[in-house]
Design a protein around this ligand. Sequence first.
Ligand code: ATP
Ligand code: MG
Length: 268
Amino acid sequence: MNIAAFPRPLADIPAYAPARNEVALFEHAWSRRLPLLLKGPTGCGKTRFVAHMAARLGLPLHTVSCHDDLTAADLTGRYLLKGGDTIWADGPLTRAVREGGICYLDEVVEARKDVAVVLHPLTDDRRVLPLERTGEELAAPDAFMLVVSYNPGYQSLLKALKPSTRQRFVAITFDFLPPEQELAVVAAESGLPEGAVRPLIQLATRLRALKGHDLEEGVSTRLVVYCATLIAAGMEAREAILATMIEPLTDEPDVKAALVEVARAVAG
Ligand SMILES: Nc1ncnc2c1ncn2[C@@H]1O[C@H](COP(=O)(O)OP(=O)(O)OP(=O)(O)O)[C@@H](O)[C@H]1O
Ligand SMILES: [Mg+2]
C-alpha cells in the first residue's frame, strides 16, 4: 500500500465533532479498504465528516455530486472529438481510481440505474472499474476507497438503492447531534457565544419534532449555523431566525405562521 504517496497535511483538517464511533469505523473501513455508505438527513454533517476523514488520513478527496441525469459514462469517461481526433477523457470516478484517495459520491441514489454496473465490481472483492467503452478494467490501487452518501428522507421508492448495491457497503447512520454537542458545533462554526446559541438549539429541537406533520425535513445543523452566523454578523435574532430557520423549511403560509409562533415562544 502506498500511503506514503499522500503525506499528512499538518493543519487544515476541517473541524468535525463525532456523534458516536464513526471516526474509528471509518479508519477501520479504510484500513481494510471497505466501501462506506453514509445516510442521514440534510445538513447533519456527512460531507464535513468525509472532508475531515480525508484530511485526517492525508488522502486526496474526489467528490462527485450525483444528480438524476448522471450516467455510468459520466462517471467513467467518454471519447471526445478534438480537432478531428478522438480522445478519451476520464470521468471523475476513473480519475479517482487512477490517482487514489477517497472518491465520495454524494446523493448516490439520484444517479441513473446503470451506475450500479460500474459500482458493483469496484465495491466487492474484485476492486476493478470496468471501462466499457475502452474495454479496459482498471484495478483500484491500495490507496483507493469509495464513500457514498444519501438522504433517506426525500428519496422515493423508485430511487432506493437496490439490496445488491447497499449490501456492498459498510453503513453508518447520521443524525443531528445531541443538543449540547450541536450547541458547541454551532458556536464554534459561527463565532456566536454559546449563551446566544442556546435558544437556537432549543428552537431547532422543537422544529425537528414537527417533521412528518407539517414539515418534510427538520431544520438542519447547517441552517442553525447560518442563523448564528447572521446574528454574529449583527443581524437581529428574530429576522435571522425567520430567514434561516423558517423560510427555507416551507412555502405554505399557514405552516410558516405556525413556525413563527413556535419561534416566538421558544427564542423570543
Ligand atoms: N458533527 C459536526 N461537526 C462539525 N460541523 C458540523 C457537524 N455537523 C454539522 N456541522 C455543520 O453543519 C454544516 C452542514 O453539514 P454538511 O454539509 O456536512 O451536511 P450533509 O449531511 O452533507 O448535508 P447534505 O445531505 O445536505 O449534503 C457544516 O458545514 C458544519 O458547519
Ligand atoms: Mg453533503
